[in-house]
Design a protein around this ligand. Sequence first.
Ligand code: ADP
Ligand code: MG
Length: 660
Amino acid sequence: MQLSQIKGIGLNTEKYLNELGINSAEDLVEYYPFKYEVLENTDPKTIKDGDKIVVGGICENRPNVFHFNRKLNKMSFRLNTGSLVTNVTIFNRAFLKSKIDIGTVLTVAGKYDQKHNMITASELKFGLLSKPEITPVYHATFQISSSKISKLITNALPVVTVKSFIPSYLSEKYKFMPKANALNIVHHPDNKQELDKALNVLKYEEIFKFMLKIEHLKSFKQKEGGIPRQIDTSKIEKFISSLPFKLTADQLKAVKEISEDLISPNRMNRLLQGDVGSGKTIVAIITLYLNYLSGYQGALMAPTEILASQHFQNITKLLPNLNVILLTGKLKSKEKREAKEAIKTGKANIIIGTHALISDDVTYQNLGLVITDEQHRFGVNQRSSLRNKGKSPDILYMSATPIPRTYALTLYGDMDISSIKTMPQGRKPVKTYLKSEKQITEVLYMMLDEIKKGHQIYIVAPLIEESDKIDLENVYKLEEKFTRAFGKICKIGLMHGKLSNAEKEKVMDDFKEGRTKILISTTVIEVGVDVPKATMIIIFDSYRFGLSALHQLRGRVGRNDLDSYCILISDKETKRLEVLTKTNDGFKISEEDFKLRGGGEIFGLRQSGDMNFKIIDVKNDYPLLLKAKEDAENFIKNKKYLESQNQEIVKDLINNQSLD
Ligand code: ADP
Ligand code: MG
């Protein structure tokens, strides 16, 4: 059902919803709250100084209002709760003054200051609470608030028909309520017990869907043969010894595991895990070369245009005799046609690109290998579309986000894993400092030192526009600031998502070639970008990122034997961020992310990707996850998908591929 068919959604609202990833009425009702606020009366006997309390009572005077300026005002009145007579102060509610008088019944929530007998309230409601009130809170934007989203969902719920992906025999086994009920409750919870039951149904569904896909991919692997190959390994040895550096033991081990996979008649389905800067790219290049030597085309897929073109340049340099081409969504249509032609006729040996590589209109002549870089940025759906390209290409996934082993085995259950655990020799750990906004002058001096040495600096701003309520340092403001400080001694580049492809490439090139010394950027630099002379990265509003995402960003520096620095600027969540000042071990950091935030946001910003679940939290919901995994295994093993009522479910889940 289209969004525009829902009451209250006009063109603008539709656009704002799209920005939140909501594209249909079905998406809207499955846009789950990220948390709930609970308003519950505090037991008067337990109230102590400094407590956050919720109390209801009768107003005993006309409120006093004081205006500090146009934006700030304060309202005060006296409240009698029966057991307590106290003053209440609340900011910016002057507009309610006319509705409050002697005798008005109110409930307030806020902090109790016993000495001054005062509550500084953050919330005010008319009437008393008859029972705890649970309010869902949705991720919102500047244009569309959480309460607006809530209203729209309320309008949508009665008119949208939702489809459940839980087979009925499992619903019965677990005594799950119907999905429509669960959705209603999740958006309008009445009490905690009911809410937990409803959440459980939706969580189970989400994880069952995911696990069914994984089991499906696994069964693929067992059934299909791969490409048996003959490879002249002397050429590979020669290539490896011609490299400007010696491969590390782990890199060599990964190469060995991969070449055994390639030579074997089974299909390769391998994950190459390794911390940022551990040198996965060269392993990928060797793999592409191995595949080429055995007579097949190879493709390398990257999540961003910048990264794709960086790989393209690297590979062209290292394998000058091969025909390497670049295919991204933003090529001009003539270039695209030519690229596709070269892929189809087999003229292209190696194809580098973004997910344009797997679009339906790209036909390969004889694709033998597909590699995805930064796999965690892609979804499990892409994993299955990849497999359908070519006859049965071998597949290598690369990821810099090491996830704790137990979770990896479950969530990447369909893959073999190679790990690069040690860094290339001579790497020094990135020195990481946590600074507050006030300490910016110190930071400027540190920057000056680096610039004087001829080094380069990344500056990261989280967003290009103020699309969030929180006032963010956006790239433009930062540009202004840093131009004032350094404009006379060096050039500053500006990179963000709204630039065209050509512009982005130019900005990146200028920085790579050292024409600009400072690069101010949104997180488009997050993945893979490699500029050896960059020795400092400064991240504003660091608290907005997950630790793993910050570690990835930090991995942009420290790529050689120079001393390098990461400066985290934040006034909030400093305790969490301190972890980064103490360790450079990506594995430990992701464990810490799990501990602190659960797996839900392990990759920092919410983005489409393997483990970007809507409501599952990998860590806290792990028992449910295991249960769903077992059910999905049985579903496949016992051919439950053959039962007519389940066929619909399966068809939708695995891109219309049949299971037999
Ligand atoms: P990542 O694993 O994060 O993708 P890269 O493959 O981009 O890391 O490698 C980071 C840098 O380390 C690159 O500049 C690369 O040339 C260099 N590098 C890779 N392997 C080695 C090695 N064995 N010795 C020295 N430098 C290496
Ligand atoms: Mg990389």
